[in-house]
Design a protein around this ligand. Structure first.
Ligand code: GLN
Length: 545
């Protein structure tokens, strides 16, 4: 294919309809036909990136290979497509305005009044086109965050309108995702909200080419015809997106609805391969019909909100499918854990995962859970703060440094086993200043980590400020806590393990950002396997009693 085609995805009627999943599913279908595809997301909020947002506000912050702190939808893009995204794949209004204002200060618009149109829209268009340089991609999908009609989305909608005009109809396509609600009192699906939201688009000079309709019930032929007639689209361009039992089923549903075929037809693309979703279908089949089951306790302080630990939950799903196992995640709020409660809780758990996090709230509960895992030989995975808490637990209970802590939680602790690196000490800005993105880690050949990765050098993504304090490293090692992964340049500790137990690992990085459907992350795969072994051992023990 000679020229990059742009597919824009907008949303109407309601937020949380799953634009990210629909975009990822369409991208997957196009990719499976042999096209090169990427997805980008434009978010209409003023933060430069979601890095400074509380997980309650915006769910998890996803980190890319190049160290961008991004929207969690980028996680879906990578998990579905198995290709890396970058800073250019997520742009916010804050970032757009920052560039425009910096240019103004440099005098680049000298003499002119700087305005939303054309200056802000030009910057948005420049960023939309950024990924199309070198014609690397056949398709670029651009998801516009928010809902059509929001004041803050307007500059994006206008930019899409201009781009469609500039690039030509034949090179662009607009998919509008809407909701067709079911009114149980009337026993009917309602098309009016969709009609209104398409009208809203039209007021801004945009026509939808394809409607993807979220629905709880099958759309009848009549409903599709009605939607087509009132929304100015062909009947075959009304695509039903019915609720699925797992997001991973959506590409298959979209294939059955022929979403990708309609897209290719509309863009007048005549030569393409058949879709090949064989591997994907094997994955979904294993997911839906598991042979075994385990319970993993997820200890965190944002457990009320599923999206806070999105990538971890998805990684466990990938690893579960790989092991033909249903992974039931039991969320346990770290703030309410004490020794009694966790000791009762463990009879129901086959593994313990202590989540990443920031700040003091809930850390004593995490430490208690780790102690319980270590003393009872329960498979344990600690991620980032989870690893730091494992070091504190070990220092307090084995090294007998009763007040050991991280200086994040207690600046004047006598034993700062987790501390700030010199180059972090003078940083005052919070945004974008953590240790971010992919860093090298060298693994000790005589370790569990090496068996798991089967590699001596790995690259994993980071998002944290504090580190294991070098001064305590030898003492920890001497008492049995192995530091099995080290950054070769900075000598920072990236992996710890406790070989006395069967499976006890803490990682300073975030393996969850790199797990995809095609390549489930080895750490999670091995963790699930260890939980299965543990469950079998415990059950055998029970039978003999
Ligand atoms: N708060 C810790 C730090 O900044 C851990 C961060 C995390 O878990 N992502 O080092």
């Amino acid at each position: 294919m000679s020229k990059t085609k742009f597919i824009f995805v907008t949303g109407g009627v309601s937020s949380s309809l799953g634009k990210g999943i629909i975009s990822s599913s369409l991208a997957k279908l196009l990719q499976s036909r042999g096209f090169s595809v990427t997805i980008q997301k434009f978010d209409p909020y003023i933060n430069i990136d979601p890095g400074t947002l509380n997980p309650y506000e915006h769910g998890e912050c996803y980190v890319t290979e190049d160290g961008a702190e991004t929207d969690l939808d980028l996680g879906h893009y990578e998990r579905f497509l198995n290709v890396s995204t970058s800073q250019s794949n997520n742009v916010t209004t804050g970032r757009v305005y920052k560039t425009v204002i910096e240019k103004e200060r440099k005098g680049e618009f000298l003499g002119k009044t700087v305005q939303v149109i054309p200056h802000v829209t030009n910057e948005i268009k420049r960023r939309i086109k950024l990924l199309s340089h070198n014609d690397k991609y056949d398709f670029i999908l651009t998801e516009i965050g928010g809902t059509v009609g929001d004041i803050e989305s307007l500059p994006y909608i206008e930019s899409v309108r201009q781009l469609r005009w500039e690039l030509g109809r034949e090179n662009t396509l607009l998919i509008h995702l809407t909701l067709v609600p079911f009114l149980s009192a009337a026993g009917e699906l309602k098309t009016k909200p969709t009609q209104h939201s398409v009208k809203k688009l039209m007021e801004s000079g945009l026509n939808a080419d394809i409607l993807v309709c979220r629905t709880e019930h099958e759309l009848t032929k009549e409903i599709k015809q009605k939607l087509a007639l009132f929304c100015n689209v062909d009947v075959e361009s009304v695509i039903q997106s019915i609720d699925a039992s797992t997001i991973y089923e959506v590409p298959i549903l979209m294939k059955n609805e022929k979403l990708d075929e309609v897209v290719l037809n509309k863009l007048n693309i005549k030569t393409y391969n058949k879709t090949d979703l064989k591997k994907w279908e094997v994955f979904v089949n294993r997911l839906k019909f598991p042979e075994k089951k385990i319970n993993i306790g997820l200890i965190g302080k944002y457990v009320e909100l599923q999206d806070s630990y999105k990538s971890i939950l998805e990684s466990l799903i990938h690893a579960g499918s790989e092991n033909k196992t249903k992974v039931e995640v039991i969320s346990i709020h770290s703030e309410f854990i004490d020794a009694n409660q966790i000791n009762k809780e463990i009879s129901n758990l086959d593994g313990i995962l202590v989540a990443p996090g920031f700040g003091e709230r809930g850390i004593e509960g995490k430490i208690e859970a780790i102690k319980c895992a270590r003393e009872n030989n329960i498979p344990f995975l600690g991620i980032c703060l989870g690893m730091q808490m494992a070091v504190i637990e070990f220092s307090r209970n084995i090294l007998k440094l009763k007040k050991a802590n991280s200086t994040e939680m207690n600046k004047s602790t006598p034993d700062p086993v987790i501390s700030l690196m010199e180059n972090q000490k003078n940083i005052t800005d919070k945004g974008g200043t953590m240790r971010l993105g992919a860093w090298e880690c060298k693994i000790d050949k005589d370790s569990l980590a090496y068996q798991i990765y089967n590699a001596e050098v790995i690259y994993e993504r980071h998002r944290h400020r504090w580190e294991l304090n070098e001064i305590y490293k030898n003492k920890l090692n001497k008492h049995g806590l192995k530091t099995s992964g080290i950054n070769p340049k900075t000598k920072l500790v990236e992996i710890i393990e406790y070989p006395k137990n069967d499976w006890f690992i803490g990682v300073q990085f975030h393996p969850e950002y790199k797990s995809t459907v095609e390549c489930p992350h080895p750490l999670f795969v091995s963790f699930v396997k260890a939980c299965l072994v543990y469950k079998k051992r415990i059950n055998n023990g029970r039978e003999q009693d």
